[in-house]
Design a binder for this molecule. Sequence first.
Ligand code: T46
Length: 147
Amino acid sequence: MQVIKYVFQPHGDDRGQLVSLEEFKDIPFRIKRVYYMYDTAPGVTRGKHAHKSLQQILICIHGSCKVLLDNGKEKKIVPLEKPYEGLYVTNNMWREMYDFSDDAVLMVLASELYDESDYIRDYDEFLEFVKNCGDTTAADTEEGDKK
Ligand code: T46
């Protein structure tokens, strides 16, 4: 399984750092939604679902967390601990976010508006779904292969 982690360009000077993200330039899709989570309680695991078509970039802009990615065949754990790194999470990918530091702020850039019907929240249903759709993810397309 290919894990795609983007390293964004910080524009640093003696005042500090600034990261700018533009759709189709730094991010491989049109950004239709941004959300973020913070004050995550100790020991909590979030996510535990996949999306049928949503693509996202996860950026831990403060603190740290870990993300488990599972494509139904392979699992990988990706630490997120730098505000200039973004993890590309394609459709058809089970994800779990955990091990949040007290100060963690996890920001997500999403390719679609919120749509509960895009979620697969049952793991067995997810395995069946990826089996039937031939594991095709947006990352397999030319657009998702940019970096
Ligand atoms: C994902 C991971 C990384 C909204 O009303 N609008 C939104 O855009 C989102 C994302 C959530 N919500 C509501 C729905 C729930 O009542 O916020 C509540 C918490 O959402 P959820 O339990 O889905 O949060 P996570 O952290 O388990 O998952 C979220 C995203 O939902 C999901 O797409 O990939 O972050």
